[in-house]
Design a protein around this ligand. Structure first.
Ligand SMILES: [Zn+2]
Length: 239
């Protein structure tokens, strides 16, 4: 069985392991980088596909306005022609030419309008599909941000709880053992202790302990693993 001092150190080690774990989890929090990248991609797609639909729609409006302009002019000239005020054959001929030109323009824009009537619905449909995807992705990112905030808050609470426990946990541990523990932690990625497994191995690195090491452990001596150099905690095979 481990000495009372080693048992205290083991408890301290568990607190420190907990702090280490919180730090690692905080560093690895998923803040939604992947979702944000996907969102940027969809935003780009929306600009292209939605932009095309908006352009077609604006073109159609322009053509329809121009179309109405041609019709109005034709009507106006027709009125002039049949109003009986214009009798000069030269003038009549000119007006008839003007009407013919306007009709050609109207027919040309008719053709373009028909073309746009065909192009616009599928373009709008494609844009609507991307808008749906975009909205979903935006919600996904908002949800992730909310979740990460909750995770961060929970980790901060756990960190505060463990930090508060630590000073009490150092009591009853000699300065010599404490210094040894701290220096091993510094060299060993923050971890200073390892348990002895049922098979009498080091839980830190898996090394099977030498017989003399086990004998020393049973004598309550402070022993470090020969391989990973962590202080071994032996609880008589209950681990
Ligand atoms: Zn080891």
């Amino acid at each position: 069985m481990a000495s009372a001092e080693l048992m205290r150190l083991w408890k301290l080690n568990q607190i420190d392991s907990g702090l280490l774990d919180v730090r690692q989890r905080a560093a690895n929090l998923d803040v939604g980088k992947k979702i944000a990248a996907e969102l940027a991609e969809l935003t780009q797609q929306e600009a292209e596909v939605g932009g095309r639909a908006r352009k077609l729609s604006a073109d159609l409006t322009d053509l329809e306005i121009a179309q109405k302009g041609f019709e109005d002019k034709i009507k106006r000239i027709d009125k002039q022609l049949f109003g009986g005020t214009i009798v000069n054959p030269r003038e009549v001929e000119n007006l008839e030419k003007e009407i013919a030109a306007l009709k050609r323009q109207r027919d040309a824009s008719d053709g373009k309008i028909l073309e746009l009537w065909e192009l616009l619905p599928p373009a709008k449909e494609a844009a609507a599909k991307i808008e749906v995807k975009l909205a979903e992705k935006q919600k996904q990112l908002a949800d992730r941000k909310k979740a990460v905030l909750a995770e961060k808050t929970a980790l901060e609470a756990e960190f505060a709880r463990l930090t508060k426990m630590r000073p009490d946990a150092t009591k009853g541990i000699s300065p010599g053992l404490m210094a040894k523990y701290d220096s091993i932690r510094q060299r060993g990625a923050g971890v200073g202790m390892a348990e002895v497994t049922k098979r009498l191995g080091c839980s830190g690195c898996g090394t099977v302990l030498a017989e003399r090491v086990v004998v020393s452990l049973k004598e309550d001596k402070v022993i470090t693993c020969e391989s990973c150099h962590k202080i071994l905690y032996y609880s008589e095979g209950v681990v």
